[in-house]
Design a protein around this ligand. Structure first.
Ligand code: AMP
Ligand code: ZN
Length: 112
């Protein structure tokens, strides 16, 4: 399958890793939108939040637990934001489920 994040997950495309285990990978975004901008992905291909099911969604809670630990390690004691863009209107450009972990600056609300 021609999926850039599957290729990052299997090492075909290099990335700057922040965390890895058997289920998930966290790596630095190439185009950071904040001083800390890490992407957390399941290694298994799930194309978006719309493709989550009772069977495959445990990985999402795992991602959130790891994101909180990473945030602490990366110095985001003052807070952070986790974003999932889903579908065209959500601004999803890579069709492999991912969560943005953003921090190191004050975030605006509502987002643009
Ligand atoms: P989204 O717009 O939510 O689909 O986010 C996709 C994100 O992936 C964007 O923030 C891109 O900068 C990032 N991205 C795309 N290709 C790579 C790559 N090879 N390595 C790291 N980040 C990437
Ligand atoms: Zn994929």
């Amino acid at each position: 399958m021609d999926c850039i994040f599957c290729k990052i997950a299997n090492g075909e495309i290099p990335s700057k890793k922040a965390y890895e285990d058997d289920q998930i990978l966290a790596f630095y975004d190439l185009d950071p939108q904040a001083p800390v901008h890490v992407l957390l992905i399941p290694k298994m291909h799930i194309s978006s939040a719309n493709e989550l099911t009772e069977e495959n969604s445990q990985v999402v809670s795992h991602i959130f637990l790891v994101a909180a630990k990473l945030a602490k390690e990366l110095g985001l004691e003052n807070g952070y934001r986790i974003v999932n863009n889903c579908g065209e209107d959500g601004g999803q450009t890579v069709q492999h489920l991912h969560f943005h972990l953003l921090g190191g600056r004050s975030m605006k609300w509502p987002p643009g």
